[in-house]
Design a protein around this ligand. Structure first.
Ligand SMILES: [Ca+2]
Length: 571
């Protein structure tokens, strides 16, 4: 009887939620029709994608670690229905039957599972997921981009996803010990102290690094710069000493894109990145009004006026920026994805065969304080895995154990890093591994199957293992990127801050409104830097103070929410 009334409640809740979802699907479909392609652009921020793939091996365990459960008697393979995006990967899309794919079969053998994978198309992933949720016939494991996305939020609120705190505490010691603590508190993973998803890990949280022409540094006989002054000296040499040797003063020492996109190096040096916030102990304040901003603006003004910085920096789109760097090969310094150094060098060498790049620590005003082009991002990567409430308890336990296995010593590291023995790698007599590094599209596709697509969670060996990274084509540049990134990155105390009421009403208060206008005037010489204090006072009066109040309240509430998490999950 009790279960009857429960059922009734669930059905009712489910119906309401179904309706919400259907509306969402409709909205999504309409949005898709109206074109534009929404988020696709993504040029702006950190950009941790890491599709280059890099790192990772050591070659410890391997072989048949097997059985997620780890009991004595051989267990029946765990049958699991899963819905997974193709991720746009040609290898997956072109597979005649993903459930018979050799990597899927090998994964099943090693994990003692029997997967039944349904593919969701990458292009319509959000709509497909919403439809799936609305359909009610849910898989055993749900791949989401976060429990706070518009498609999944209603499911969480309707109780369709299983809370995982207790399951993890009872059955997943490795998840408790090894998932980065910051991940559990992410709004993509937990809500009000309840964990709804197992996060995929992002080991490279500083996703943007400074890139410099190595052949130019050699031509002018200088070392990599570190301080702001050293950077300026290098820029002057790039401008005056004809490092590309064509007899013309055509070099652009430092370039960037519109609205300081990928051009925040010198704000980072003074710890006043204009998109970030600082918690003072009492208030959460946008860094662009801090007094040190005057120092940063003075540097940009100097670079601009000495001709050391691209004059089109405020207006040029990414395509123009890119073609100056790779097509014309006339840019000395820029910034981009930490693990993309090999791609930049490849494209540079297509037009300048002798061109090489090196990764340089972001400039520092204080040699002891790390710089950065962007703030440090989340430890949570692309996907968060959830278990529907409908899944029976005993199966849910097995699923949690499976996720725990990815982080355990039993996880088959050789498979996740190198793929299938005999096909993708061989073990030498001395125990070392000979890996067949990808050199064509099919092999890259195969590699991403075992390193990423089937790596639901656990350490990302291919982004952390030095030997593995170095073995890649241009692996030295990729490794340099990862190592330099680890020494830098800015702190944003306002990470994930929502658009608060004051700036919903007055968007000009945000960094890219009044401040950007003022900064551009100062840098180009149309306004005196002495006006900075007056600018801040005016900004505060126009609503800035109110915004700071709201932001401070948000920050305090966030801290209280983190305290609702179980103790083991708190940073
Ligand atoms: Ca030249």
């Amino acid at each position: 009887m009790c279960s009857e009334s429960m059922k009734g409640r669930i059905t009712l809740r489910r119906r309401k939620w179904l309706f919400v979802l259907l509306c969402l699907v409709l909205i999504a479909a309409l949005a898709a029709c109206s074109g534009s392609g929404g988020n696709k652009g993504n040029s702006g921020n950190t950009g941790n994608t890491g599709s280059t793939g890099n790192s990772g091996n050591t070659g410890s365990s391997g072989g048949n670690a097997g059985n997620a459960g780890g009991n004595d008697a051989p267990k029946e393979p765990l049958k699991l229905k899963m819905a997974i995006t193709t991720g746009g990967a040609q290898y997956v899309i072109n597979s005649p039957d993903i459930n018979k794919d050799p990597y899927v079969l090998e994964f099943e053998k090693l994990s003692n599972t029997d997967l039944q994978i349904e593919l969701l198309p990458h292009e319509t992933y959000n709509e497909s997921l919403a439809l799936l949720l609305a359909g009610g016939d849910l898989p055993d494991i749900l791949q989401t981009k976060g429990i706070n996305t518009p498609e999944v939020t209603p499911a969480v609120d309707a109780g369709v996803l299983r809370p995982l705190n207790e399951l993890i505490e009872k059955h997943a010691p490795n998840l408790m010990a090894k998932v980065p603590k910051e991940s559990w508190g992410s709004a993509r993973v937990s809500k009000d102290g309840i964990i709804y998803g197992i996060p995929q890990e992002n080991p490279i949280t500083n996703g943007t690094v400074v890139m410099m022409r190595k052949d130019w540094l050699e031509a002018v006989g200088m070392d990599k710069p570190l301080t702001v002054d050293e950077y300026i000296e290098v820029f002057r040499a790039f401008k005056e000493k004809d490092p590309n040797g064509n007899g013309q003063a055509d070099e652009i020492p430092f370039s960037g894109r519109e609205n300081f996109n990928h051009t925040f190096h010198f704000f980072g040096a003074y710890d006043v990145h204009p998109q970030t916030w600082k918690w003072t102990g009492e208030q959460l304040i946008p860094r662009f009004i801090l007094p040190e901003m005057k120092d940063a603006l003075a540097v940009y003004r100097q670079l601009y006026q000495e001709g050391l910085m691209d004059k089109e920096i405020f207006t040029q789109p990414g395509t123009v920026w890119d073609s100056k760097i790779t097509g014309q090969g006339i840019v000395g310094t820029w910034a981009h994805g930490t693990v993309w150094g090999d791609q930049w060098q490849t494209r540079l060498q297509a037009s300048i065969p002798t061109g090489t790049i090196t990764i340089v620590p972001a400039p520092r005003a204080n040699p002891d304080r790390p710089g950065g082009v962007y703030p440090i991002g989340s430890t949570v990567s692309d996907f968060i895995w959830a278990i529907p409430s409908d899944v029976p308890d005993d199966k849910a336990v097995e699923i949690i154990k499976l996720f725990d296995w990815f982080y355990s010593d039993d996880a088959p590291k050789n498979f996740f890093l190198y793929g299938i023995e005999g096909k993708d790698y061989t073990v030498n007599a001395d125990g070392s591994i000979k890996y067949n590094y990808p050199d064509n599209e099919t092999r890259y596709g195969e590699e991403s199957m075992h390193q990423q697509w089937l790596k639901f969670t656990g350490p990302k060996y291919h982004q952390t293992d030095e030997q593995f990274i170095l073995g890649r084509n241009m692996g030295d540049v990729i490794l340099e990127g990862i190592q330099v990134a680890a020494q830098g990155g800015l702190i944003d105390d306002g990470q994930d801050i929502p658009t608060l009421p004051t700036v919903q009403a007055r968007p000009e208060l945000m960094w890219n409104g009044l401040w950007l206008e003022f900064a551009a005037k100062v840098i180009t010489g149309a306004e005196s830097l002495d006006k900075f204090d007056a600018f801040v006072a005016d900004w505060r009066n126009r609503g800035g103070d109110k915004w700071i109040e709201e932001a401070t309240e948000w920050y305090k509430t966030k801290g209280e929410l983190l305290n609702k998490l179980p103790e083991w999950a708190r940073p």
